[in-house]
Design a protein around this ligand. Sequence first.
Ligand code: IMP
Length: 175
Amino acid sequence: MLKILDKEFVPYISAEDIQSRIKEMGAKISTSYKGTKPLLISVLNGSFIFTADLIRTIDTPIEVTFIRVASYEALKTTGKVREILGLTENVFGRDILILEDIVDTGTTLQHLSEAFQDLGTKSIKVATLLHKPDAQEKASKPDFVGFEIPNKFVIGFGLDYEGMGRELKEIYQLA
Ligand code: IMP
């Protein structure tokens, strides 16, 4: 049992299971992108640990960059508007692989995919360590998924609760 602020968490996915699943994902990604030199775009903050471990299991040439997604409430009718921050690479005509820590409702991914399409990318795929299928409403299913998990809040391995818990080697679930 782990207490962070007002919440209690229990161990959910071990460090060993995370690492062996990431290796399998890396092998699949390597096969899919052989000879194409994709640009891997890691969505900060949560994805930084997944990204660091995943790219070291990939054995075909790739490039890696990092972005943030800003979200803010726009007009009530359009809901949340998100914008890509920090993208300096030219993505026109490139094969893009978006790296996410977790896909929950899919809102983030849907907006990112649309934004990249507008920039003239050749292809856009998504790799996520965690996927909450119950909660997903908007985007289509990610192309590479580490673990399908129930719709319960998780922390660790880059994921936070109120900014804490990112450093944990394993993933914990709300008790
Ligand atoms: P989406 O746009 O609803 O798919 O939300 C994705 C973002 O919400 C992730 O990148 C996380 O930052 C955050 N998030 C969703 N579920 C969790 C969770 O269980 N733990 C920590 N962060 C989460």
